[in-house]
Design a protein around this ligand. Sequence first.
Ligand code: PLP
Length: 374
Amino acid sequence: MHTTLEDFLKLATPGVRGLRPYQPGKPLAELARELGITDAIKLASNENPLGPSPLALAAIQAQLPELTRYPDASGFELKQKLAQHHALTPDRITLGNGSNDILEMLAQAFLTAEQGAVFDQNGFAVYALATQARGAIAQVSTSLPATAAMPYGHDVERMLALITAQTRLLFIANPNNPTGTWLGQAALKHLLDHCPPQVIVVLDEAYAEYVDAPDYPQTRPWLDIYPNLVITRTFSKAYGLAGLRLGYALSHPALANILNRIRQPFNANSLALAAAAAVLDDTAYLQRSIEANRAAKQQWQTALAQLGLMALPSQTNFLCVQVTRNAAEVYQSLLREGIIVRPVGPGLPQFLRISMGLPAENDRAIQALQKVLA
Ligand SMILES: *Cc1c(COP(=O)(O)O)cnc(C)c1O
């Protein structure tokens, strides 16, 4: 009889045995259940604080009577729009149930126990999880030091040096979560120029819409130069549709062909397909999102300076803030004040990741942080 977790783990694949579940930001409803706080503010999952685009909501409403039907498995209409948006052909687009789904597809397609993936120690948590789930080799690159021009940023030379004949994937979020740091055009181009052809470079641009750094690369043209480049994008952040789960990859058509073999036939649901197509047209919403984020970052940076706290450079909709003590404890104290943020974790034990909220939400969170640190 198999009854304990250990019993079942023995049956699981070696990769699954070593997995630790992804830690999401605490949902508001959970805090309400645990501490009875019903007016909490969640700045923990880098969500868009503006609420969804009215065009997206209208598209969802119009789609509701069709819910008995399966979604369009080819995502024809959305792919047409994305193809136009990025100036490429639809056969270079793969849709995912969030870009997370794309990252999993890449791991499934290219990693076994004999192969490896390179990623930064402070890279997006999903890279380590997707690699571990296949029992593949995690080739973890040490971040740049705190004293670097880009503190805790990715060390391109170190990543290149880690590549072996076994390496199949190299993951980079640009800009990166949870640090907010980024790689400029020259560093990234250098990496691509020196990556052997058997290594697929996964460039995760989940926050690209927020970026205003002048050295940030426009990578779309690079797809024509580097067939081993995959760019992932998402509707979860600046486009404000995290709850619907829709992301996509841009790649060489042959690579899209491979991902399409693995992709679950109906991985992008019909409401997500409709809403995403609609929000792509809502350039005013995107502009509002970017502007609100810029203002919120200003608000936080001013407040943090007054509190004497340092934040890492960020091109995203969150700040990675050094609280100069155990961040897990500060996180717990903030929870009791009704503020949900994220402790970054073992790699950066003194850092909290704080998503940018509405002005009043930021005010309350800043006051709580001040109180907790006093
Ligand atoms: C939020 C985020 C994603 C997006 O995930 P979805 O599955 O598209 O919601 C991908 N990569 C990074 C680095 C992120 O922070």
